[in-house]
Design a protein around this ligand. Structure first.
Ligand code: ADP
Ligand code: ADP
Length: 237
């Protein structure tokens, strides 16, 4: 797995309002770094920069950004979107699914995998029962004429896709925030399992959910105000 580095990253969606104000941190190869902090601190923004939804280090119009993000020393700007899509698996807060079957959505990113693998991933993400409970024919279509999935169900489809894809870099952006508590604990365990030895960025709003991260960054108003392991941060209050 690769090492990820943020070097003095500044970012603002608009000229006058800086959202990230000089972030520097490293996610060592195969480790998990968690970012916690209040809503609006810039946690999702930071995650979006890593998969190049927004660009860092591109002065001029639009978003204002400076600094550098590297993967194994390679500037993110030198990576193609295609290579990033292969290397990074994302479970976002609000999943948008393709207007296609659930199986298609799960298999996306793993064209070589078959229905049996999709089924196993669906099972691990606790979505299998729900798929098979639907009437034949109608059963797996997502979108306007098909299923209306709840936020939690969509999130579980995204989790199944990521479990199956098994990429070297993972981003969990409040990956279980839409789940009911019955599913949450079991699926968190699956996520931890898949994150083992992967370079992982976890975004969470509660410190209590990131107990076993190698390092936790506390983000407030676009700045890292504290960093350490779970026990250190608890001790610090
Ligand atoms: P968090 O994930 O910590 O809740 P976000 O990164 O979502 O924080 O948001 C940080 C700040 O950036 C907020 O003030 C939010 O309103 C603003 N923001 C987020 N996305 C956009 C956007 N696409 N355009 C303009 N401002 C945005
Ligand atoms: P909460 O709202 O309880 O803080 P979130 O839904 O915001 O939790 O997201 C926390 C997510 O981070 C969960 O999906 C959890 O599985 C994941 N997570 C926490 N710690 C780790 C870890 N060490 N490795 C992988 N994933 C983790």
């Amino acid at each position: 797995a690769p090492e990820i580095r943020f070097e003095d990253v500044h970012f603002g969606y608009e000229r006058e309002r800086e959202i990230l104000r000089g972030l520097s941190f490293t996610i060592p190869a195969g480790q998990t770094v968690a970012v916690v902090g209040p809503s609006g601190a810039g946690k999702s923004t930071l995650a979006r920069l890593l998969y190049r939804f927004y660009e860092v280090g591109q002065p001029g119009q639009g978003p204002q950004a400076s600094g550098r993000i590297t993967i194994d020393g390679l500037d993110l700007r030198a990576c193609t979107q295609a290579s990033l899509r292969r290397a990074i698996g994302i479970v976002p807060q609000d999943t948008v699914l393709f207007n296609d079957s659930i199986e298609y959505n799960i298999l996306y990113g793993r064209p070589d995998a078959g229905p049996e693998e999709a089924r196993r991933a669906a099972q691990a993400a606790h979505i299998h029962d729900f798929i098979s409970a639907l009437p034949q024919g109608y059963q797996t279509a997502v979108g306007e004429r098909g299923l209306k999935l709840s936020g939690g169900e969509k999130q579980r489809v995204a989790i199944a896709r990521t479990l199956l894809k098994d990429p070297p870099i993972l981003i969990f952006d409040e990956a279980t925030s839409a789940l009911d508590s019955a599913n949450e604990r079991a699926i968190q365990a699956e996520l931890r399992q898949v994150a083992r030895n992967k370079t992982t960025l976890v975004i969470a709003h509660r410190l209590s959910t990131v107990v076993d991260a190698h390092q936790i960054l506390v983000l407030e108003q676009g700045r890292i105000v504290e960093r350490g392991r779970h026990a250190d941060l608890l001790a610090a209050g």
